[in-house]
Design a binder for this molecule. Sequence first.
Ligand code: SAH
Length: 340
Amino acid sequence: MKNIKNYNLKELEEELINLNEKKFRAKQIYKWLYIDKVKDFDEMTDLSLDLREKLKKEYTICNYKIIKKQESRDGTVKYLFDVLDGNAIETVVMQYHHGRTICVSSQIGCKMGCKFCASTGIPFVRNLEAGEIVEQIIGAEQDLNERISNVVFMGIGEPFDNYENVVKAIKIINDQKGINIGARHISVSTSGIVPRIYDLAKENIQCTLSISLHATTDEKRSSMMPINKKYNIEELIKACKDYIKITGRRVSFEYALAKDNNDNIEDARKLVELLKGMLCHVNLIPINKIENGNFLKSSNENIIKFRNFLNEHGIVATIRRELGTDIDAACGQLRRKNLK
Ligand code: SAH
């Protein structure tokens, strides 16, 4: 059985044509799935009984069950969704003054092995399908009875290690006839899989590219993020510059500050050198301590000093607000769970 949420509108039209149906049926189905958020083909009352039966034979409507929902004092909500194969993933919804931002997972587990991230703790299981990424948004919107306005691919997994499904999900999320979240309100974060940066540049999607940089020398970055041994800082920055040239879009860099590791002014100076003249923005993240992790959070004073140094030297930098730490929903704190 195929998950009907895996198709963009055009592909769904083709599916219907293959079922000897009129292609406009796809739009009707799309509306039921993404606007009405129905859980069953029988709820699609403007389709004939015959078509509903046909659909039931070919497809499932993936509906995630909420196994657990935690709410933080700051309004952050973390869901543990049953992904229907014995595994569970976490999805976080944050409340900002401009609306709700959802942090979606792209894989069950992660292969990247970053030393400071809890998603590394448990082995990789599989990629999420496009429809399984999309379903996290529908499931959360339905539960909250509220619209989500921003999507960040910053949950469990490396989006560029599941590139095709992630791009497909972005297109479904972005479709005006579907979930209709503008591409400019969608961010994809990568640990730095360089060839996929070039691929994304060619997709012609106006989403934001975020790069998890975290260090300014190859030695330090490789010790924190093994992917740096494959694609080093020079290649990564070159790819970002090319991305900016091709798309005209600003790139965002994430830099998690760990005490006595990458948080002194010398590091800030190197960061300025690296990013000088680039159309970019730096997001400073106070590192969150994880179980068995060696990294400690920088002091507030240091974080502010670091930001000020960047700003004074022409690099736009902001400190990411820490949300949901009391429910382990903050950056780097998500893990996959096994239900068996
Ligand atoms: N694999 C992607 C998506 C994960 S995004 C990536 O690496 O970009 C999650 C963001 O949180 C990344 O920037 C990641 O580096 C950062 N992060 C991971 N562990 C963290 C921690 N313990 N404290 C703060 N940020 C962390």
